[in-house]
Design a protein around this ligand. Structure first.
Ligand code: GCB
Length: 606
């Protein structure tokens, strides 16, 4: 009876993650990579997780929660007789399984991963964490047979402490990865991108002193020019902890005392700050020191605010010359996961004349955000509240908030990130308004220095394009997607379109575009030809230029990307063809149309 109650309680807990406080800036901590080859077992019926009564094994037996007991014989004896990780094949981590194994191309379900490792702590008092950059979608993590926890959400990092479990030799880390789509999830069942499954980002062990710097943020004070402000949070702080913040190039070296919870709030002045901007992406080496550790970061200082129709970067009005990007290396046909992938995408963006990218439709990996900092490209980051998520569901809201928390925690020290986006093309309703409002409040509770937006929609009455979505009142930037000439609307008349936008705020066209198969040529009237796409861009750009308060665009999309929704033979074959660049990396004609427009806008907003 008691056991039944215990099981029920466990099943009642919400489905999304129970990872612990996120460790940020993991690249500059003391880490050991667990990337590389991992053994895997494909388990479509989840036999390694549920017994024949469909009860989850790891919630039945407390003694040994290690996953994958194919045969459960007696209460005290569990025999693992029907599986063998070590004889199973391997996948490379990070990486999706779809592009690595032909038979897993369309697979959506559970795959078990296993990695063995030895680990000797540098210092016996130190603590060890296992960190995952992202797993799509749901992860159950076990070390040496002990369940560490669960995480839900395919695009954000999480970690677990393993200090009391790790051994010097023969550790085995097992992860159940499940990428099944379901209605209550974020995103929901229906999306226009490939549902790549797997351990898609870096995995590392992180060794920290027993008291360590958990989290911090350092940035230019909103509205200020010379004031650097921020906070530091220590984990397991003793009394009288001190943190030194130093920025040698600015000759800053300040010592702050933590309160008894280990928190520090600080503010100091420096008159010599060189601001971060696309034309001068200055990053400073910043050091945080305690008596136990020194943690380095590279941080850019800039302000971003709006004023009426203007977006002001360091006080100067800017135009966002952008492009949308999915986290995919189209040429490899898989999820992008490293700096080399990021470099391909951001170099193309630069070549297009961009000073800004919209990282659609979920938080991308940390490599691209860090590279954007270095290359001077402003970033719109968003969470996958896409189309028709379950707006009335409390668990769904909690999940969305959790994904926001993880994204903001990871990236809040990146100067490149100027916009947090709440959602994409969500259908207007009261529950949706409530849902998005909660997300906005939540974001502002974590970060008040960046702009809030969401990709909204327009509608049309008597030939006038109207943007009057109520949620716009809570946005700093009114952004919307529109597909004139592709999903309806005449291209010929596009430049004379009439607009009614309810808010006196900066307007950004977060998406527009149309498809073309690279190499297919014809007239401007023939869909899928490069000429049609080029004409679509010419006409749309003439229209966009005249939209009141227009301060930016991010065409859809940098390159062709995989989508199971795109089934037209010969033309699509599983690819969304709206890229300005093909999946083979060849530029289509429209690329140069956008480039020309951006040269003009760069002149205008010099
Ligand atoms: C949209 C969506 C985007 C799609 C695109 C399309 O409005 O935001 O995710 O891929 O349209 O190609 O239809």
């Amino acid at each position: 009876m008691l056991r039944t109650i215990f099981i029920k309680i466990l099943f009642l807990v919400p489905l999304f993650g129970f990872s612990q406080d996120l460790l940020i800036n993991t690249t500059n901590r003391n880490t050991t990579t667990l990337n590389g080859t991992w053994h895997y077992i494909v388990d479509p019926y989840e036999t390694g997780y549920y017994n024949y009564r469909y009860e989850a094994f790891d919630q039945l037996e407390k003694e040994d929660w290690s996953a994958f007991y194919i045969n459960y014989h007696a209460k005290d004896k569990m025999e693992r007789v029907e599986y063998d990780f070590d004889k199973s094949p391997t996948l490379t981590v990070p990486g999706d399984w779809n592009s690595q194994q032909e038979k897993l191309f369309y697979y959506e379900g559970t795959v078990w991963y296993k990695k063995s490792f030895d680990y000797q702590l540098v210092n016996d008092n130190n603590r060890l964490f296992v960190y995952f950059g992202a797993i799509n979608y749901k992860a159950e993590v076990y070390l040496n047979g002990t369940k560490l926890g669960t995480h839900e959400g395919g695009f954000t990092p999480f970690n677990f402490e393993v200090t009391s479990i790790v051994k010097p030799k023969d550790n085995y880390l097992v992860v159940k990865v499940d990428n099944k789509r379901f209605k209550e999830a974020i995103p929901t069942i229906n999306t226009d991108w490939w549902n790549y499954g797997g351990i898609t980002r870096d995995v590392k062990l992180i060794e920290e002193p027993s008291t360590f710097i958990q989290d911090y943020n350092i940035q230019l004070k909103k509205g200020g020019k010379n004031t650097i402000t921020g906070s530091v949070r220590l984990n397991n702080a003793d009394v009288d902890e001190k943190v030194t913040i130093s920025i040698p190039e600015l000759k800053i070296n300040k010592i702050f005392s933590a309160n008894k919870e280990g928190n520090i709030q600080f503010e100091f002045i420096s008159k010599k700050i060189k601001y971060w901007s696309p034309s001068s992406p200055k990053l400073y080496d910043v050091f945080l020191k305690t008596k136990y550790q020194t943690l380095k970061d590279e941080i850019g200082f800039r302000t971003i605010v709006t004023n009426g129709p203007n977006i002001l970067l360091n006080g100067k009005s800017i135009f966002l010359r952008g492009i949308c990007i999915h986290e995919e290396n189209a040429m490899r046909g898989g999820r992008a996961y490293n700096e080399a992938d990021a470099l391909v995408a951001l170099n193309w963006a630069k070549e297009l004349g961009c000073n800004y990218v919209r990282l659609a439709h979920y938080p991308h990996n940390e490599h691209i955000v860090k590279l954007a900092d270095k290359m001077g490209i402003m970033v719109w980051e968003e969470i996958p509240v896409y189309w028709t998520v379950d707006f009335t569901n409390e668990v769904t809201l909690k999940n969305a908030k959790n994904q926001l928390t993880e994204a903001v925690s990871r990236d809040k020290n990146r100067a490149s990130i100027i916009i947090w986006s709440m959602a994409n093309e969500t259908p207007i309703s009261e529950p949706r308004n409530t849902f998005l409002k909660e997300l906005i409040v939540h974001t502002k509770s974590m970060d008040t220095t960046r702009l809030i937006s969401a990709a909204l929609e327009k509608h049309n009455i008597d030939g006038v394009n109207i943007v009057d979505d109520e949620i716009g009142q809570y946005m700093d930037i009114v952004a919307f997607n529109q597909y004139t000439g592709w999903y309806g609307g005449s291209l010929e008349n596009a430049p004379d379109a009439k607009w009614s936008i309810k808010y006196n705020k900066p307007v950004v066209i977060s998406e527009f575009g149309g498809g073309a198969l690279q190499g297919l040529h014809g007239t401007i009237k023939e869909r899928w030809t490069e000429e049609y796409q080029e004409y679509l861009y010419q006409q749309n750009l003439k229209m966009i230029e005249k939209i009141p308060n227009i301060r930016g665009t991010s065409p859809w999309i940098l390159n062709d990307f995989r989508s199971p929704k795109r089934v037209l033979p010969v033309i699509q074959d599983g690819w969304n063809r709206k890229g300005l660049i093909s999946n083979h990396g060849i530029k289509k004609k429209a690329f140069f149309t956008v480039k020309e427009f951006y040269i003009k806008m760069a002149q205008k907003y010099k």
